[in-house]
Design a protein around this ligand. Structure first.
Ligand code: TRH
Length: 391
């Protein structure tokens, strides 16, 4: 009798990505797609409904192409390619990201495939304890002979872990030890004098209290250089710059120098995080990449109704080992989750004093997260187990 793994060798895979907002949805899917193809030799098709956002993080993408090859991956514009499907169109694995709904005709074709595809819903990242109970749960289709499994990223071995490329640490170490950071920052327009200051990258939502933080930074006893991508916190940036916010614009007031960066390709954004002393990040993908940068970070969480994001933020701060009272307070204040009034000058002073300890802690945290294994490798291990255990 044929071994079940021979019937489903897991060589082909579709990822469906609906861009709800901004760049995180496609940012995460694109990293996953590249890892699946480049590290696991899987033939990946990425279906995405917003090629314009995709092009912003990966300039090689043609926003007008229905189908294109990018970095060895087939990228399809969905829903312009949403049509009729046969069982032969269906790969070994189907991934829907963040519960985006697959085209009904596609799901019907999945059910017609002789060897059913493995179907996963990849969920969002949260440190809340309920995640562990839902990770890998099956969800049978209400009418078709198909089962979808939930797969959650997370911060411990009872979840799927966080995704990281096999060569990520080696690339970061080489970048730092070969002193590439200075050249990289110079290529972004930073002057040698600006590079002397405390280097901070700033990527946040409009609701973050940037004016208050900027006031604290201007009064800082040490010079600070803030690098901000074009378009982020535009109102505050333009009032500080006294002109339109565009890449290359720069201004200094008090101890704070501000430099506006172009929105860089995703691989360069990683380098930016590695090059700075502190990173202000947001959403999900930059939040995870800040952890892989091994540097202190402050997280601006994606806003949710009924302040659900505060619950999520506090759940993370509870499990983040390096967190000190100053880091916890700064994160809460940055997200409007503080109990009382916030004194940003005092908050920043306290955080600044703790930076050396937070940097050491961030490196340790990184090792702890690496020990949970890579999210994609964990997903494929689970997929193989499902194949072997299939009735
Ligand atoms: O852009 P984000 O706010 O994205 C998301 C989405 O809003 C999504 O709907 C929501 O579910 C999620 O947040 C929580 O933030 P995020 O997740 O950090 O994604 C940003 C992506 O953009 C990330 O892949 C890094 C990339 N990026 C670049 O490639 N170049 C840049 O210059 C910058 C600043 C970011």
């Amino acid at each position: 009798m044929q071994h079940p793994a021979a019937a489903n060798p897991l060589r082909t895979l579709d990822i469906f990505c609906h861009v709800y907002d901004n760049y995180g949805d496609i940012g995460i899917c694109w990293r996953l797609a590249r890892q699946l193809a480049h590290e696991h030799g899987i033939a990946v098709r990425l279906w995405v409904d917003d090629l314009v956002s995709f092009q912003r993080i990966w300039p090689e993408v043609d926003p007008s192409a229905e189908e294109q090859q990018v970095a060895g991956i087939t990228v399809r514009h969905w829903p312009s390619l949403d049509g009729a499907y046969t069982a032969a169109d269906i790969p070994d694995i189907v991934i829907e990201f963040f519960g985006c709904e697959l085209p009904p005709a596609y799901v019907e074709a999945m059910a017609r495939r002789e060897v059913k595809p493995l179907w996963f819903n990849l969920e969002g990242l949260s440190a809340e304890p309920w995640v562990e109970g839902c990770h890998t749960l099956p969800s049978p289709h209400r009418s078709l002979k198909l089962t979808k499994h939930f797969f959650f990223p997370g911060f411990n071995e009872r979840t799927g872990g966080l995704s990281f490329e096999a060569d990520l640490d080696a690339r970061r170490q080489a970048f730092l030890h070969e002193n590439q950071a200075a050249r990289f920052l110079q290529s972004l327009g930073m002057t040698p004098q600006e590079r002397q200051g405390l280097k901070v990258s700033l990527f946040c939502y409009d609701y973050a209290p940037v004016p208050e933080l900027f006031a604290a930074w201007q009064a800082s006893p040490v010079p600070i250089t803030c690098l901000v991508p074009e378009g982020v916190a535009r109102e505050t940036m333009e009032s500080f710059l006294g002109t339109t916010m565009q890449a290359g614009a720069a201004a200094t007031h008090g101890a704070l120098s501000l430099r506006v960066l172009p929105f860089v390709p995703q691989t360069d954004y990683d380098k930016l995080l590695w090059s700075c002393d502190v990173n202000f990040v947001r959403g999900e993908d930059s939040f995870v990449r800040a952890q892989w940068a091994g540097k202190p970070f402050v997280w601006n969480i994606y806003k949710q109704d009924k302040n659900l994001h505060h619950t999520k933020l506090n759940a993370f701060l509870k499990i983040y080992d390096p967190a000190t009272p100053a880091l916890i307070e700064a994160n809460r204040a940055w997200n409007g989750a503080s109990q009382g009034d916030v004194d940003w000058a005092a908050s920043w002073r306290a955080l600044h004093a703790e930076l050396p300890a937070l940097t050491a802690g961030a490196e340790q945290w990184q090792h702890k997260m690496l020990a949970n294994g890579d999210f994609i490798a964990n997903l494929l291990r689970f997929a193989r187990r499902l194949v072997v255990e299939a009735p």
